[in-house]
Design a protein around this ligand. Structure first.
Ligand code: 3PG
Length: 214
């Protein structure tokens, strides 16, 4: 049985930089840049042709935990494991993906954004779920409503989150981590604007550490 909680994989910092990066050198540079500015986890989405090569390059960088997002098939699970992903996240609940991840000892957060989906995930033994797209679906109000019905569930909201809303989500006791691309948006990655990404990452980690002492 693999890690039951994202905290076991990424540590106590409840922040995941969600990134879309399609080439290995940029992915490695990005991973180093995020690591050096204090971000402890990055999720590379499988949404571009060379995302796996990017994932492999980022995973080879020491000092940052690299996972895969947009994991939709069992083939994705196997490939991500082969290239060194340390956790897997999906916007959907696909049972074959969930079960394979578990049998490979990989932490997996299925997507669940309705009561039925959260219930299905819990019944299958997955108590930590990605709520996506969090903001369009109701944001913190949605998370509060789901948490009231499912007190044992832990939520990882992503989708439309920014610096300010991240802190608001994290203040909710049922939110175990937040993720988003606001730290390293695709446009800044494409233009290799590492200094702007560093600045955003610093702001995010500083705000987060201040929030932890609340
Ligand atoms: C994800 O896969 O979690 C999202 O693309 C992140 O959403 P965002 O780009 O709106 O932050």
């Amino acid at each position: 049985m693999g890690p039951g909680s994202i905290t076991q994989v990424i540590g106590e910092q409840a922040l995941i930089a969600v990134v879309e990066v399609d080439d290995a050198p940029s992915a490695a540079e990005l991973a180093r840049c995020l690591r050096d500015t204090g971000v402890s986890a990055v999720e590379i989405t499988l949404r571009s042709p060379r995302a796996l090569a990017a994932l492999e390059a980022a995973a080879a960088v020491d000092g940052i935990v690299v996972g895969a997002g947009t994991v939709l098939s069992t083939k994705d699970v196997r490939r991500c494991q082969e290239v060194g992903a340390e956790f897997l996240v999906s916007p959907v609940f696909e049972e074959s993906v969930a079960l394979l991840s578990r049998s490979l000892d990989m932490f997996f957060a299925p997507g669940a954004a309705t009561p039925t989906e959260v219930h299905r995930a819990l019944e299958a033994g997955f108590s930590e779920v990605k709520v996506f797209p969090a903001e369009p679906l109701g944001g913190l109000a949605l998370v509060r409503s789901l948490a009231a019905v499912f007190p044992s569930a832990r939520f990882m909201p992503t989708g439309g989150i920014d610096q300010q809303s991240a802190a608001e989500y994290l203040a909710h006791p049922s939110v175990i981590a937040v993720g988003g691309s606001w730290i390293a948006p695709p446009s800044l990655i494409r233009s290799a604007d590492w200094s702007s990404i560093e600045q955003r990452a610093r702001e995010a980690t500083t705000a987060l550490s201040q929030g932890e002492s609340r």
